[in-house]
Design a protein around this ligand. Sequence first.
Ligand code: 5CA
Length: 441
Amino acid sequence: MRLSNYFLPLLKETPAEATIASHQYMLRAGMIKQNSAGIYSWLPLGLKVLRNIERIVREEQNKAGAVEMLMPTIQSADLWKETGRYDAYGPEMLRITDRGDREMLYGPTNEDMITDIFRSYVRSYKDLPKLLYHIQWKFRDERRPRFGVMRGREFLMKDTYSFDIDKDAARLSYNKMFVAYLNTFSRLGLKAIPVKADTGPIGGDLSHEFVILAETGESEVFCHKDLVEMDAPGDVNFSDDLSDHVEARTALYAAADEMHDADEFAKIPEDKQLTARGIEVGHIFYFGDKYSGPMKAKVMGPDGKEHVVMMGSYGVGVSRLVGGIIEASHDQDGIIWPKSVAPFGVGIINLKSGDAEADAACEDIYRQLTEAGCDPLYDDTSDRGGVKFSRMDLIGLPYQVTIGPRGLKNGVVEIKSRRTGEKQELSPAAAIVFLQTELGS
Ligand code: 5CA
């Protein structure tokens, strides 16, 4: 992409309403624009990151055996009346009436609807287990939308729903999602800790939140320090019993503030006690027959009898993750994207636009990096070098290649790593090989 052709509306000043780094940088880097409280347009740079996160979340869901579909944003109130949630949900639900005076709502979540879909088609235990998911916009009329996309009113969520014949089988589905979440967050460059959590309006008696540690997090977490050091399981066979991976983590104390038990926490050796702020990026629930019971979602079991299916649901805050990743990875100059989600792989800085030799060298590298799959953003504008450098630092691409007449005279260009600040001079050909290797493309 040529910057001259792109739409990157940067802000010079930090907007007063933004109090945390991710919100400030997302506005300044032209990633989002607020349209009304907690409702944002995703500008091109922001959308690229959102789509990259979505892709990784999707790939890990598919690996775990979940099947993608898409449910609508607008739902009929009827299903929610069947489960009793229409009244229970409260003012967070945006209620709408259509022209025929029918009660509708903008979905804050989809348990009721997916249970209806399931009961319409599935009749036998032979079709279980089933894991279905979608990635869809949700609306919650939050009392205090804040911190940009972290607590929005309209936000993008990946929500998966599991259906099993009994509680033991449902636990296996829960474990699959538990492991898939650890792998997902690790690919996003995050250390996410599973902590025991309250189930709120989703319900059920078993639930874990996945939190990333950040000073600006909205929840307080208490946990064993070893949890922070544990690597994600990585390559596993999802048809295996994954309980070892889950138990290795749940054996260590970890709780969000509303589930915290000070006496249990005190039993951890003092040097291993960690109290920190965290951002909830995922939340998984087992709630058995809470929805399948009242909605009569039943299948025929191997015993020839009807069984109410046992269910769970599993959410990832896809749009919240954009902010969460920035909270975990930035410095005073701007964002530092992990390679896996960066909006572009590398920025090309032409130090002397208009100079025939510099222009030709930039065009050449731009073409070769594009062909090599490095997704370059070429700053071909006539701005000063200093402006170009600080712009690239702000938007946080993993690498910058700087090309100017002086280097070209010596046959070199300069590559800078945004994360380490390390610079090296290489021939243009070596620079392309280096970037292609680093960016894994
Ligand atoms: N149906 C269940 C799981 S599928 C559910 O809705 N769970 S949830 O309420 O915990 O939401 C799932 C995830 O969505 C949360 O972990 C969080 O990362 C994200 N999320 C929730 N509310 C917001 C919000 N107002 N703004 C941005 N992200 C949110």
